[in-house]
Design a protein around this ligand. Structure first.
Ligand code: SF4
Ligand code: SF4
Length: 381
């Protein structure tokens, strides 16, 4: 698992998406002094390449001045760790000035669109689509790469075909995200995607992907196939993220992941104290994350997919139960469904039982225009 530090300049966000579980209107904005402390903290924390992801709330609310100062501090101050950068933003606050700063550091952007304008705005608020597309144009003009996360909810999953076609027709890279129960809302499950439906959605997208190979990129399907092929997780959900991923909140508090930001019981330390691994390991949050890992070893021990699933995301498992470990990631049903589908198709192709063959054809046969699962497995990510 690569070393990953998420920086959360603020939990504020100008948007009000229906199913949001992470924004907080009164949240402070991170100061440059906190970035300086991050640099001092990480200088001798772990000697290997690090990826920083700016996340939120909405990270662009920190403004151009913040990034103009923060980027050289991180890039040059931690050059020994060969830092790479990424950002997750709704793009509303993108300006040419900000875009040029981010382009200088080659920062790929992840943004969010839930599909065609009407559907997107129904879930994310009126006017969202236009504001994001405006920011998208500014980012692209500066040469920034933008991919979109599409949140599928209990509502939008009914329009999966329209959503897929929207991404295909616009040439957008698709990364899907199942709506989680919003534990800060009075009706947490209203928008959450049922795990069974999530599994079916993944299988549907796998089929659509194979039908449209070369015309669209679906990041989740790429990774799910790669996980099965390499027999190990290739994204945080499917590896033991604990001890490798950290998140720093606006006040310098350190958490196990951005998903826990703003939940005081998950604070492991503060960058101002420059804690080492042993210091963080003494915190309750660290111990809880590692108890989850041991729980997965026991509970998922017999599962065929455990090596490349690792019990899914600890946040999904422990946050809704207020820190009690009562089960693995509730998306287990979806993971089993898609891993089974990929494994079985692979075996069938591998054994030549399918007329698609390993690379979409078999020797001696007329080349089949459909792609097989191996063509995704062998893709360079
Ligand atoms: S808690 Fe979940 S989202 Fe966060 S790093 Fe771990 S697997 Fe990823
Ligand atoms: S699919 Fe379910 S049982 Fe298997 S490793 Fe993942 S979470 Fe555990």
């Amino acid at each position: 698992m690569p070393f990953h530090v998420m920086l959360i300049p603020t939990l504020r966000c100008p948007s009000k998406c229906s199913y949001c579980w992470s924004s907080e209107s009164g949240s402070p904005v991170m100061s440059i002094e906190t970035i300086e402390e991050v640099v001092k903290w990480l200088k001798n924390f772990r000697n290997e390449p690090v990826t920083f992801t700016f996340h939120g709330g909405e990270p662009l609310l920190a403004g151009a001045d913040f990034y103009r100062k923060a980027m050289p501090l991180l890039a040059e101050g931690l050059s020994n760790l060969k830092p790479a950068f990424a950002m997750q933003t709704n793009l509303w606050k993108m300006t040419p000035e900000l875009a040029n700063i981010l382009a200088k550091y080659n920062i790929p952007l992840g943004s969010s669109l839930d599909g065609p304008e009407e559907l997107n705005d129904l879930q994310r608020g009126k006017g969202y689509y236009k504001k994001t597309m405006l920011g998208y144009e500014i980012a692209r003009a500066a040469g920034l790469k933008v991919s979109f996360i599409c949140t599928f909810t209990s509502y939008s999953v009914k329009f999966r075909e329209d959503i897929f076609n929207f991404f295909l027709e616009n040439g957008f890279t698709l990364k899907l995200h199942p709506a989680l129960p919003s534990i800060r809302s009075e009706n947490p499950d209203k928008w959450a995607l049922d795990p069974k439906e999530y599994g079916e959605l993944l299988v549907y997208l796998l089929d659509k992907y194979l039908e449209n190979m070369g015309k669209i990129e679906i990041m989740n399907i790429d990774h799910l196939c790669k996980c099965v092929f390499t027999n190990r997780g290739t994204v945080c959900t499917f590896v033991d993220c604990m001890g490798h991923t950290f998140a720093v909140g606006p006040d310098g508090s350190i958490y196990p992941c951005y998903r826990f930001i703003g939940m005081p019981e998950y604070v492991m330390g503060n960058v101002r104290d420059h804690p080492g691994r042993e210091d963080l390991a003494r915190s309750d949050a660290w111990k809880l994350m590692f108890r989850y890992k041991e729980y997965v070893d026991r509970e998922c021990g017999e599962c065929k997919y455990v090596k490349f699933c690792r019990g899914g995301c600890p946040y999904n498992a422990i946050a809704p139960t207020e820190g009690e470990i009562k089960g693995v990631d509730p998306h287990c049903t979806a993971y089993k469904r898609i891993f089974k589908e990929i494994t079985e198709r692979w075996e069938k192709e591998f054994l030549g039982g399918s007329d698609m063959g390993m690379f979409g054809f078999q020797p001696g046969h007329v080349r089949d225009s459909r792609h097989g699962i191996m063509s995704i497995m062998l893709k360079r990510l």
